[in-house]
Design a protein around this ligand. Structure first.
Ligand SMILES: NC(=O)c1ccc[n+]([C@@H]2O[C@H](COP(=O)([O-])OP(=O)(O)OC[C@H]3O[C@@H](n4cnc5c(N)ncnc54)[C@H](OP(=O)(O)O)[C@@H]3O)[C@@H](O)[C@H]2O)c1
Length: 326
């Protein structure tokens, strides 16, 4: 038996209940991972609340289809199926169990060809678990949507969060000049990530400075394309991972009219092969020494509700993880 946090309904952080359930057993193409750390992300809180409601098409109607939630993990392989060739017992791995969730537990089973990779030596388990969601998503937005290039001027709004802290480092890896935007308590942190300059959003409205950017990545979705248009170069792009009517409308409109573009993507809905490819590229960036994972808080698994409450506040610095007991 193993400890797991079970959910049977959408709702507040109190929906999670600690329970004893059967340990997962592997199918021939799967590995079982003893979890050392699991990420608690904004996406996790959306899955917990079932809002926006459209997300329930994927997470279950009228209640969560997976009793054990959580997708980001890092840990040690402790069993492998008969057909597995890429991993062996004892390997340290990290990834996103997008298809079947289940990481708020002591063990999870993951398909060998899922979004899972060997953990780079430079990361510890907490940093690795926290890194996947923000790192993979920001790579998708900067590279695939933003088509980032060396020498471009790139602005990252929400530069101190999970997506933002990864984005600043990834944009620097690509050779961009990076301006980070965050609140006053995070200015030094964003500088330490490598941003060339930092704007405190409580003092300066970046869209009103007269500076122009080739790419604006609004990780927290608090500024619209309409707001940012004036701060884009003639063929600049505004990309944001936060779904809403405004970004979808702007995306459709700018796909037909004008050279400035607005773009959205649901990274988790990309084909698994593509997400896996993004994770592999992330590993290359980490191994090049250009990307570190930052953990704001680490909670015992039993305190998952407290971790969710903290993430819900919208001011985490980097990432939050939960750690199961041994
Ligand atoms: N579409 C996709 O593929 C996809 C994938 C993953 C996540 N997402 C979404 O991406 C969003 C961001 O996720 P996240 O985990 O990076 O969020 P997060 O870590 O919770 O972001 C927190 C950070 O945002 C900063 N912030 C808060 N208000 C701000 C403002 N008005 N202006 C600038 N910065 C501000 C905070 O800095 P201060 O404390 O200094 O204010 C804090 O460091 C979420 O809505 C999530 O659901 C989408």
């Amino acid at each position: 038996m193993m400890q797991a946090m079970i959910t049977t309904a959408y709702g507040s952080p109190e929906v999670f209940k600690l329970n004893q359930v059967a340990e997962p057993t592997v199918k021939p193409n799967e590995i079982r991972v003893r979890i050392k750390a699991a990420a608690v992300t904004k996406a996790c809180t959306m899955m917990r609340t079932g809002k926006p409601y459209i997300g329930r098409l994927f997470t279950g109607l009228p209640k969560p289809k997976h009793r054990i939630s959580g997708t980001g993990f890092a840990g040690v392989v402790d069993a492998v199926g008969a057909e597995v060739t890429r991993f062996k017992v004892g390997d340290s791995v990290f990834g996103e169990n997008i298809a079947s969730f289940g990481t708020y537990a002591q063990f999870v089973r993951v398909p060998e060809d899922g979004v899972v990779a060997h953990m780079p030596d430079a990361l510890n388990y907490d940093a690795a678990a926290g890194m996947c969601d923000g790192g993979v998503t920001s790579l998708n937005f900067l590279k695939n949507l933003g088509e980032i290039k060396a020498g471009q001027k790139v602005l990252i709004n929400g530069a101190s969060g999970s997506l933002g802290s990864a984005a600043v480092q990834i944009a620097k890896h690509y050779g961009a000049e990076v301006v980070g935007v965050c609140g006053p308590s995070n200015v030094d942190f964003v500088k330490s990530l490598g941003a060339d300059s930092v704007i405190d959003y409580t003092k300066v409205n970046f869209a009103e400075t007269g500076n122009k950017y080739d790419l604006i990545y609004d990780t927290v979705g608090v500024r619209s394309f309409g707001d940012c248009k004036v701060a884009l170069t003639d063929s600049g792009r505004y990309v944001s991972p936060v779904l809403g009517g405004a970004i979808l409308g702007a995306m459709v409109y700018t796909s037909i009219f004008g050279k400035k573009k607005a773009m959205f993507s649901a990274t988790g809905a990309l084909p698994q092969k593509e997400i896996k490819r993004l994770l592999e590229e992330l590993v290359d960036i980490i191994e090049a020494g250009h990307l570190q994972g930052y953990v704001d808080r680490s909670y015992p698994l039993q305190q998952l509700a407290d971790a969710h409450k903290y993430v819900d506040m919208g001011h985490k610095r980097g990432n939050v993880v939960v750690v199961p007991s041994l």
